[in-house]
Design a protein. Sequence first.
Length: 368
Amino acid sequence: MRVVYSPAHLGHDITTQTVMGVQVPANEVANRAERIRATLAADGGFVFADPTEHGDGPITAVHHPGLLKFLSEAWEEARKQRVPYDFLAPETMTHASATEGMSPRFRRESPKIEGRAGFWALDTSTYIVSGTYAAARAAVDVALTAVDLVLDGGERAAYGLCRPPGHHAARSMYGGFCYFNNAAIAAQEISRRTGEHVSILDVDYHHGNGTEQIFWRRGDVLYTSLHAHPDRQYPFVLGWEDETGEGDGVGANLNVALPAGCSNETYLVALDRALDRIADEPGSVMVVSLGFDTYGQDPIGDFALTTPVYHEVGKRAAAVGKRLVILAEGGYYIPALGENARTWLRGAEGCAYEPLPALGFSEAGSRA
């Protein structure tokens, strides 16, 4: 399988995040992508490719141009305005209730950078640092290059090792460690270039609220998501099963919210429900938002999935018969992250399951 990777993500060097007002060590760190990259390289069966630039067009086809503008200049503005920290986060959030009953023109974007951040942000944990914008743009190009490999390169499947991830980013909002919605941008580009319906399978632990919002009223992009119930887990704002789309998008959104302690067996039953829906959808390409925070030892998840089940998930996804554009999302238990990704991708390729070697992997991700 071809793997698209960019080292630009290393510039998005995040070390802390805010949880309920407290700064804690960051979960979405550069070592996540590096562990996956090293493990796939050590496997020997994956071919790496550099991304190619695709410009602003595919981004603004999905996102508000104002979000692109803000992210492109946020860090430079933070330096000019002498923000005294090594990251930018919102000071206030532009809550809908602040201007309830007022005309839309009174919902203003402040010139002060802390206020601008709150105009576009979902939360206070998605920091912007000096290399964030370049990394986010590179992640988009990683995703679109994976699309190129599938649409133009004859690949049945390609893996985009996107970092930062993307599925929490909505049309006019960043958040959840996400800046641009890589999967939504890829799906829109596939739709534009092929004229076909596109299916998205989101198997990250968290609901992809941004992807749902972007395609909510569209019937040509099916969004399916298996995730922790929003009653108890981020993003809290979307992810209930009665969210099925509106307008042209009625029936084109399927949420399968799962309980704490979700086992391999329970997960596979839910997966089959999503894949059966995708199998009924026209179109030859499926975009997979592939997160591994479903793993039983993930520090911010509460499912009980084990490494072997990822092989079966990949195998079943491929068995639907559509071409696969597979894009990295979450997953924060770094010691197993590379092997979980390798196992999933090998399953999608139809390879037999190869358990973790007896000596395991080194810290660099290579075979010990």
